[in-house]
Design a protein around this ligand. Structure first.
Ligand code: CA
Ligand code: CA
Ligand code: CA
Ligand code: CA
Length: 733
């Protein structure tokens, strides 16, 4: 049935580039530490505060749009230009994720009495000689709050910048190799040419990062689709690459003849945008795309076979894991001879690892036997290859099977089935969903053994493709109860003396339905937290209310948000814990609010802004089922701030609710509330109503928000101190 060879389809189509989501940039092995560079801000602040403040209207935090050049070289300090929407004036701090990269603001000269709308500003990055290559997130702290995310490429070779009009071969920018070529496809029909010379027989690889740098830019609705071409002195195309890593090109080329050659990069549609930056890493070193097996068990030594280009006789590395390495997917520079490779995707497994054996395992009859729980590493070696593994399960035993492949740069679009020994399908998954995003990897959760017996895990490519880079890791585990946590945004903006609120959403798994207590650590000085809970059963969101003291200094800091819960099990209790994953908000065409996973959630204390206080007539409201209660709300507007303010108890955009910690059955009664405060109006009210069947609950934490629109999608949110909502048991009649 599956012996006929199917045509190999393009591995990395542009469609997949945009829609089948991949988060390799998240997965830096050195994600733990966060460099926090506090600058000498006193001088700056003094000058900032000396400037008379004019109109106060919807002052937004900066939204970073681009970084020029977008790459920095290891072992160097270099100056880069950030472009933003909304002013970066007074910026005082840079946060860069991972280890070995720090940043500092290069302050522009500002004339006394002037307050420029600073949407172009320089920052200086310093990269340690041993900093790992790849992509880093960064953000800046300003008096208006912390910015959205920007991205920086860390590269091994010197950075060469696009220079002037280089739209034809005649005007090509000369570069010396190896190099990290940085530029922008800055306008429609922009074509960038670079020229270089090679010796006969020299081979080079060309790795473009551009489209992949745009996923997390908040306000960049149109994304680049770059194409790279290599031409000889006559203009003849020798090689071209459009989409290798999603929409980004990669190619490896051996030059038979010595001479001058030309590299051309443009958007495949001839579109352009001033923010479409690119970095092209060009060198003659080996380039590793994958290793096989892709996972290593903790405490084990593994021989990683390299998969990639220009590997020559450097085919493998013996690796064991230092004990301090975290578990899970990550990127490592692996030993290769006397040097190290480019960062390659690996998985550290806490499960015992089984590696697919050479013998044929295409059918349930030839399945290779494993004992669950286990981590299986294998490879769909060739077109039509199918891999089967058999395991024993008792009636009623529950297992989950998660494939990790495309999320870790494998070419595999996995298709996973659980079969009985006769090949009858019992479960199937092609593409999985995690939080708010879909992935090409597969996940069968909570599969239940129908009877004592032998069953089969079958994995293949969706299109029956295969090859050396079609590696995978399958986590086959018992389906224990647990929960995931997601934070709706990646930043919480506070001003001295006010409160802010963050919403944490859970996805409950495998029968867990208990209450989750939220916690937070890493807050800036002068900020206090009141951590709420996610209610048991149908509860989906909980909130954390942060309050900055009136004398809190400006600061930004990355926080960790966790949830803890108990689950009854076997007469005892299972203690559960999870860390919350933040999402960066993105502005989608048409005004939608998109989300992209990010590594840092940053809390910021900024300067006092449009609203300086939100106070309630009551902070501890008790409702009987069927009852309504009115709460008066007073906002304190900054002098001169007369824009519209809307009040709410849930976090909404258009018709979607992104966060609501209200207890089940309790709603905001809109007609009986006054939530739109226009002009100088400072007083409103909300009415909370409990349905007749609202379940009893004690002191659930919610917050009243005062929202000021920044643009169609974004708003500045000021929160009240926690409001506790109780639904009482019905009084006996
Ligand atoms: Ca250009
Ligand atoms: Ca492309
Ligand atoms: Ca295989
Ligand atoms: Ca799939």
């Amino acid at each position: 049935m599956i012996s006929s060879k199917k045509k190999r389809v393009v591995q990395h189509s542009s469609f997949l580039a945009r829609y089948s989501i991949f988060i390799r940039k998240l997965l830096s092995a050195r994600r733990v530490a966060m460099k926090h560079i506090t600058l000498t801000i006193a001088v700056l602040l003094a000058s900032y505060l000396g400037i008379p403040r004019t109109s106060r209207a919807q002052t937004s935090y900066p939204m970073l749009m681009s970084l020029t050049p977008v790459a920095a070289q290891v072992g160097q300090t270099s100056e880069h230009t950030i472009k933003s929407r909304y002013t970066m004036l007074g910026a005082y701090d840079v946060l860069v994720n991972g280890e070995g990269v720090t940043g500092e603001i290069v302050h522009p000269e500002v004339k006394e009495g002037e307050k420029p709308n600073l949407q172009t500003m320089n920052v200086r990055f310093t990269v340690a000689p041993d900093a790992q290559g790849g992509v880093r997130d960064f953000r800046i702290g300003t008096p208006n709050g912390v910015s959205t995310l920007g991205q920086l490429v860390i590269a091994r070779d010197a950075v060469a910048k696009e220079d002037g009009d280089n739209n034809t071969r005649d005007k090509a920018n000369a570069i010396t190799l190896p190099a990290t070529v940085c530029g922008a496809i800055e306008r429609a029909e922009d074509v960038d040419y670079f020229k270089f010379t090679v010796e006969a027989g020299q081979a080079l690889n060309f790795h473009v990062r551009s489209q992949r740098l745009q996923d997390r830019i908040h306000d960049l609705q149109q994304h680049v689709d770059p194409i790279l071409s290599l031409r000889d002195a006559n203009g003849t195309t020798l090689a071209a690459s459009d989409n290798y890593f999603y929409a980004d090109p990669f190619m490896d080329y051996k030059f038979e003849r010595a001479g001058e050659y030309f590299l051309e990069i443009r958007d495949v549609r001839y579109q352009g945008n001033q923010y479409w930056e690119y970095a092209i890493e060009i060198n003659d070193r080996p380039f590793v795309t994958n290793v096989h097996p892709m996972a290593i068990g903790r405490g084990q030594q593994t021989k990683f076979e390299f998969v990639g280009y220009r590997l020559a006789d450097q085919r493998a590395a013996f690796v064991s894991i230092p004990l301090d390495k975290p578990s899970g997917p990550q990127w490592w520079e692996l030993p290769m001879g006397a040097a190290v490779t480019n960062p390659a995707p690996v998985v550290v497994s806490d499960l015992p690892v089984f590696t697919e054996r050479q013998s044929e395992n295409n059918t349930p009859e030839t399945a290779q036997q494993v004992a669950l729980p286990v981590g299986i590493t294998g490879r769909v070696d060739s077109d039509s290859d199918i891999d089967c593994y058999s395991f024993a399960a008792m009636k009623g035993e529950q297992f989950s099977f998660e494939v990790l492949a495309r999320r870790q740069q494998s070419a595999l679009d996995s298709h996973l089935r659980i079969l009985d020994v006769n090949g009858k399908q019992l479960a199937l998954n092609d593409d999985m969903r995690l939080g708010k995003r879909g992935f090409a990897d597969s996940w069968v959760e909570n599969w239940t053994g129908p009877a004592d017996g032998i069953y089969v895990i079958e994995v293949r490519d969706l299109h029956l493709r295969g090859g050396s880079d079609f590696v995978y890791f399958i986590k086959a585990t018992r389906s224990l109860p647990y929960f995931e946590l997601y934070i709706d945004t990646d930043k919480t903006q506070l001003t001295a003396g006010t409160s802010g609120v963050m919403f944490v959403r859970t996805v409950r798994k495998n029968g867990f339905d208990g209450e989750i207590q939220l916690g937070i650590s890493g807050l800036p000085n002068g900020v206090e937290a009141s951590c709420g809970r996610i209610l048991a059963g149908k509860g989906q969101d909980g909130c954390i209310v942060l309050t900055a003291k009136a004398d809190a200094a400006m600061a930004i800091s990355n926080v960790q948000i966790t949830g803890t819960a108990k689950h009854p099990m076997d007469g005892g209790e299972l203690l559960l814990e999870a860390s919350a994953k933040p999402y960066q908000e993105t502005y989608q065409p048409g005004g939608g609010r998109g989300h992209w996973p990010a590594e840092m959630h940053t809390v910021s204390v900024g300067q006092p802004s449009d609203i300086v206080g939100v106070t309630l007539s009551e902070y501890d409201v008790k409702l009987k089922p069927g009852e309504s209660k009115e709460i008066d709300i007073k906002i304190e507007r900054a002098e001169g701030f007369e824009k519209n303010v809307t009040l709410d108890v849930t976090y909404n955009h258009l018709n979607s609710v992104y966060g609501s910690s209200l207890p089940q059955g309790v709603t905001l009664d809109k007609p009986k509330s006054k939530t739109l405060l226009t002009g100088k109006t400072a007083e409103g009210k909300i009415t909370l109503t409990a349905t007749k069947d609202a379940p009893t609950v004690a002191k659930q934490q919610v917050s009243v928000m005062a929202n000021v629109s920044l643009n169609f999608v974004m708003k500045a949110t000021y929160a009240s101190k926690p409001l506790l909502v109780t639904v009482e048991a019905v009084a006996a009649e």
